[in-house]
Design a protein around this ligand. Structure first.
Ligand code: SAH
Length: 334
């Protein structure tokens, strides 16, 4: 019998963020340390954030949990970092790290490793402090909502970061595709999404509780991103080592992606009246039509992709138009 996907509220009840860190990120025996995930993503992150391509003022981390590893290179580039999570416990525990409560997880081996990667070994004592200063807010987030962040101000980031979150939050492939679009509303056009995730994974355990994970492969993630209007700039995969025998999770590997949100410059190629057009035989609306559009910002091999937009149709949903992000108000008049 198929096991159903857990509800997100399980993260408010059964997810112990400290036990999560101890099991997966402990320098002694952490599963994600032994399986080389941490080394893989820290190298990719250091490369990405020192190359000067992904930069700006504000970065939002989605589904932070209690982790800081994903922010260690980013804090050298971004002045403002907003962390977020669905779980209230994660947000409270993150605040404890921020306020240097005694007994929080020891990230110092990870911090030293990142400083070595960045060629700044001498700065390892200051890096964690620098990250604390950069973190401006800890917000509630739900990636399944069209407005994912609970914030009094509209937020617009230069970079979105997310590690191992969407596959834990999304019960099926459609929900995942929608979640990508939901979080993208927080990103400026031309901004970057930097994301890490588990491949071909169905569960992971924290303590003795088993959490569901959405099963997908690298091709699915790539399609979800291009479908949401991203240009993929870098996509790396790290397979699970053959000798990894633990049963804390059944992932087969991990991906790391850097993708740029299109600047949405749509060119109208053709206006197609619907009334009387045999291709739209079910339409009897006079005041309706379709636009054949091309987005010049997309990759050359995908140019010529078209979308049909029917702005005056009640069922018109901008997000269903081949991933083109068009606000209805931005459409030209007929
Ligand atoms: N980014 C961290 C934590 C990953 S664990 C890391 O790399 O270690 C998955 C995280 O996703 C948990 O902290 C969980 O609370 C959060 N999460 C689960 N459902 C979510 C949702 N719907 N929206 C936002 N975050 C969610």
């Amino acid at each position: 019998m198929a096991v159903s996907f857990n509800d997100k509220d399980i993260y408010n009840q059964k997810f112990n963020p400290r036990a999560h860190l101890d099991r997966y990120y402990s320098s002694k025996d952490g599963a994600l340390v032994n399986d080389k995930y941490l080394e893989f993503v820290l190298k990719q992150l250091a490369k990405t954030f020192t190359a000067g391509v992904v930069e700006g003022e504000t970065l939002i981390d989605i589904g932070t949990g209690l982790s800081i590893y994903q922010l260690l290179s980013a804090c050298e580039v971004f002045k403002e970092i907003i962390v977020s999570d669905y779980s209230a416990l994660c947000r409270q525990e993150f605040e404890k790290w921020l306020k240097k409560h005694p007994g929080t997880f020891d990230w110092s081996p990870v911090v030293r490793y990142v400083c070595d990667l960045e060629g700044q070994s001498e700065k390892s004592t200051q890096k964690e402090e620098k990250l604390r200063q950069r973190v401006k807010e800890i917000l509630k987030c739900d990636v399944t909502q069209s407005q994912p962040l609970e914030s009094s101000l509209p937020l617009s980031a230069d970079c979105l970061l997310s590690s191992l979150c969407l596959e834990a939050a999304c019960k099926d492939h459609d929900t995942y595709r929608r979640a990508i679009k939901n979080i993208s509303t927080l990103l400026k056009p031309g901004g970057h999404l930097v994301m890490m995730g588990a491949l071909e994974d169905t569960y992971y355990t924290v303590g003795d509780h088993r959490f569901s994970v959405l099963f997908y492969d690298a091709g699915f993630v790539r399609n979800a991103l291009t479908g949401a209007g991203y240009i993929i700039k870098d996509f790396q995969v790290c397979p699970r080592p053959k000798d990894s025998a633990h049963s804390f999770s059944d992932y087969k590997g991990f991906f790391f992606v850097v993708a740029c949100k299109e600047t949405s410059s749509l060119t109208v190629l053709e206006r197609i009246p619907i009334y009387g057009n045999p291709s739209f035989e079910n339409s009897n609306q006079l005041n309706c039509g379709a636009l054949k559009v091309s987005n010049k910002a997309i990759e050359p091999e995908e140019r010529g992709t078209t979308g049909l937009l029917m702005p005056q149709d009640d069922n018109y949903k901008p997000e269903q138009n081949n991933g083109f992000n068009i606000a209805p108000g931005a459409l030209p008049d007929w």
